[in-house]
Design a protein around this ligand. Structure first.
Ligand SMILES: Cc1cc2nc3c(=O)[nH]c(=O)nc-3n(C[C@H](O)[C@H](O)[C@H](O)COP(=O)(O)OP(=O)(O)OC[C@H]3O[C@@H](n4cnc5c(N)ncnc54)[C@H](O)[C@@H]3O)c2cc1C
Length: 283
């Protein structure tokens, strides 16, 4: 409760920007391979060492939820979450990484060199030591659904821009939108987006009732982000050369879309999660 009182009002007002630091140079999909450690000291503090990469808002962040191993030998059960504030001695921000898209937000490296924190900075208190992985697994369906929602919203915007564009653009004496190929392509994309939207609406209903399971959230994330990329690609095509120029919003939407299939767990990992829920286990 004390942590909620301290941080949540400022995060809600925007006085503090948050970030979640899971990925490391050698651990993305395989989160259990995280090497950052937070080792309990004799005086009851934790000493944190390690580094993170690809962290959204990492450079901007005032508060970072850090995934670290409190018991490196215990695998997922040795993982805990820490509240790390900007300016804590030993906590440094690395460079802002140069990205293909999503240029309005930073994606950064973070470094932890003997960062000493009190037990108050363990998210949820000392009772949560070793339960970080469970917390992440509980919250990831919401992150994945957010990616699906954003993907479908962006796809709809792209279709709307493109419908307008093909009505205005004249080729061989008529609007591009008059060609059957254009009309059928847009009709198919609109149908697929509408179908996806019904599924996403259902997922929203489930998450409000606290009933959205991991496999269903993974289906939404993978299906909607794949569809978003397909829609962007077709819409760029219908814009012709102008679709490749930054002055048109479709170009930015195309560049921004690509990472949706990668972050929040790659779409291959989503299929792992879904197939596991079907009783199919890989090696
Ligand atoms: C713009 C951006 C923002 C991000 N924001 C954050 C953030 O805020 N916080 C954070 O912690 N991380 C963040 N990430 C990291 C992101 O979550 C990881 O990049 C992602 O999980 C993939 O991990 P990786 O890059 O290590 O790829 P890898 O795990 O190395 O994967 C490489 C390829 O192997 C495939 N693969 C891996 N395992 C399997 C398997 N078991 N079966 C089949 N295929 C497999 C993957 O699908 C992928 O195609 C961000 C990344 C980007 C690009």
């Amino acid at each position: 409760e004390a942590q909620k009182q301290k941080y949540l009002p400022k995060l809600a007002s925007g006085e503090m920007v948050g970030a979640i630091a899971m990925s490391e140079p050698a651990a993305g999909s395989d989160l259990q391979g995280v090497k950052t450690t937070a080792l309990l000291q004799a005086d009851g503090t934790y000493l944190i060492n390690g580094s993170k990469t690809f962290i959204t808002n990492g450079w901007h962040a005032d508060l970072v939820i850090l995934v670290a191993k409190t018991d490196p030998a215990a695998g997922a059960k040795g993982t805990s979450l820490f509240l790390i504030e900007r300016g804590m001695p030993g906590f440094e921000k690395g460079k802002r990484l140069k990205k293909l898209g999503l240029k309005a937000q930073d994606t950064s490296e973070l470094f932890f060199d003997n960062v000493k924190v009190s037990a108050d900075q363990l998210l949820g208190g000392t009772a949560m030591q070793g339960k970080g992985f469970i917390c992440l697994m509980e919250q990831l369906p919401w992150e994945r659904l957010q990616i699906a929602i954003g993907g479908i919203a962006a796809a709809q915007a792209a279709i709307d821009w493109t419908v307008q564009y093909v009505k205005d653009r004249k080729v061989f004496g008529q609007a591009v939108g008059n060609y059957q190929n254009t009309r059928y392509t847009l009709a198919e994309l609109q149908t697929e987006v509408q179908v996806a939207r019904v599924f996403v609406d259902k997922c929203c209903e489930l998450i409000v009732q606290d009933k959205l399971d991991t496999a269903t959230a993974s289906m939404a994330k993978y299906w909607c982000s794949d569809l978003q990329c397909k829609v962007m690609d077709e819409c760029v095509q219908l814009h012709g050369g102008y679709g490749y120029m930054w002055e048109y919003p479709i170009t930015r939407a195309y560049a921004d879309a690509r990472v949706q299939r990668i972050y929040g767990g790659t779409n291959e990992i989503m299929k792992e999660v879904i197939s596991r829920s079907m009783g199919l286990a890989g090696r």
